[in-house]
Write a protein that binds this ligand. Structure first.
Ligand SMILES: O=C(O)C1=C[C@@H](OP(=O)(O)O)[C@@H](O)[C@H](O)C1
Ligand SMILES: C=C(OP(=O)(O)O)C(=O)O
Length: 411
């Protein structure tokens, strides 16, 4: 049973860093993700004055329930939306002046609903250029708490940021959510808050977060389920190839593991055990219509293998894929067209027709790690594909190309 070692989850590492920084005591993270996004998060914490000690396999964070040690700091959030949305929220609970900026693409990505909610809670937060975008400055003086309404229809990260903030407020938070995308990421947040000692009470779309802070702990980070999607897809497009990912099974926190259910519907053989998942290519890959609102990070993975399906692949309800590292609907369509594949996009959907991708094409990355990693799966059955920026995988998996070059062969 050929096993693939997948690096830690970006989402879990980012949350764990926030929780550890805010907790009372010293937290040890076991097997955190080491990539540009999480290095950026950790660097941001250091700039704010938190102590992050590192060995290759563990990170140790000295928690500061009172907030950042520095009274003033400049933080560059790179290209990571978790960093760009969670760190200003963490800083708001402290006391000082904290300036945040980010990459050109992260400056374009929205965060207005989050910054509006923070202002509604009394936080003095000012945008440096465009309203609702980086750069921004937080003049922090702690957060009292109270009730706030939030539209998380473009990003669940707004809700995660406010949930994480809740226990750091003086009286707790009640968050009324009017719309929500990527809902399984909120489940990760709630489960991890529980691991750090906080129980959120949810009644439909209303979340009650108690005050009282977090407790430090030792936390083991799961392998990244979005990263695993490229390896599962690689099995699904190759008859007889079997790939097992240990550490991601029925108990996993990450919704993106549900991508294997899409592969199962298409014809792959899928086994989800308690602590591992196996996908085996059967030679059959059917077209389908699938709603990916909950798991849109795996939309490019599916789009990239869709030409090999025996019928059309229709991916629906993924409007927010347009506000990620690039406009992923158009980036997938552009590359599929370069490969000579028939594709249509709508405001929130993409439809791909079966076809044999042309060899020798250069894939345009649009600066997006997921575009490169997704079309690496297409390349398994399409000779001579190259990338204009193969290195952009560093955002979540710097070692991707080496790992993918040593995939288990069909057995
Ligand atoms: O909370 C998180 O860790 C994430 C939530 C999702 O974003 P949206 O909620 O913006 O869709 C996902 O795409 C992103 O990669 C990570
Ligand atoms: C959308 C992504 O990242 P983020 O929103 O955290 O920058 C991603 O990793 O696919």
């Amino acid at each position: 049973m050929p096993a693939v070692d997948i690096p830690g989850s970006k989402s879990i590492t980012a949350r764990a860093l926030f929780l550890a920084a805010a907790a009372d005591g010293v937290t040890t993270l076991v097997r955190p993700l080491r990539s540009d996004d999480t290095e950026g998060f950790s660097e941001g914490l250091t700039r704010l004055g938190y102590r992050v000690g590192r060995t290759p396999d563990t990170w140790q964070i000295d928690g500061r329930p009172q907030g950042p040690a520095r009274a003033e700091a400049d933080v560059f959030c790179r290209d990571g939306a978790t960093t760009a949305r969670f760190l200003p929220t963490l800083a708001a609970a402290g006391h000082g002046t904290y300036r945040f900026d980010a990459s050109p693409q992260m400056r374009r990505r929205p965060l207005g609903p989050l910054t509006r909610a923070l202002r509604d809670l009394g936080v003095d937060l000012r945008h440096g250029e465009a309203e609702g975008h980086h750069p921004l400055t937080v003049h922090a003086a702690g957060v009292e708490g109270g009730e706030v309404s939030l539209d998380a229809g473009q990003s669940s990260q707004y809700l995660t940021a406010l949930l994480l903030l809740g226990p750091l407020t003086r009286t707790g938070l009640r968050i009324r959510v009017t719309d929500l995308v990527s809902a399984p990421y909120v489940e990760i947040t709630l489960a991890m808050m529980r691991a750090f000692g906080v129980d959120v009470v949810r009644d439909g779309t209303v979340y009650d977060v108690p005050p009282g802070g977090y407790r430090a702990t030792t936390y083991a980070v799961e392998p990244d389920a979005s990263t695993a999607s490229y390896f599962f897809a690689a099995a699904a497009v190759t008859p007889g190839r079997e790939i097992t990912v240990p550490g991601l099974g029925a108990d996993a926190l990450q919704g993106d593991l549900r991508f294997v259910e899409v592969l199962r519907r298409m014809g792959a053989e899928v086994t989800v055990a308690k602590d591992r998942t196996t996908v085996r290519g059967t030679g059959e890959l059917r077209g389908l219509t699938v709603n990916m609102r909950d798991i849109s990070d795996t939309m490019p993975t599916l789009a990239a293998i869709a030409p090999f399906a025996s019928g059309p692949v229709r991916i629906e309800d993924v409007a927010n894929a347009r506000v990620k590292e690039c406009d992923r609907l158009e980036a997938c369509a552009d590359n599929l067209r370069r490969l000579g594949v028939d594709v249509l996009t709508g405001p929130d959907r993409i439809e791909i027709r079966p076809g044999k991708p042309a060899p020798g094409v250069e894939i345009k990355s649009f600066g997006d790690h997921r575009i490169v990693m997704s079309f690496a799966v297409t390349a398994l059955r399409t000779p001579g594909l190259t990338y204009d920026d193969p290195g952009c995988v560093r955002k979540t998996f710097p070692g991707f190309h080496d790992a993918f070059a040593t995939l288990p062969t069909a057995g």
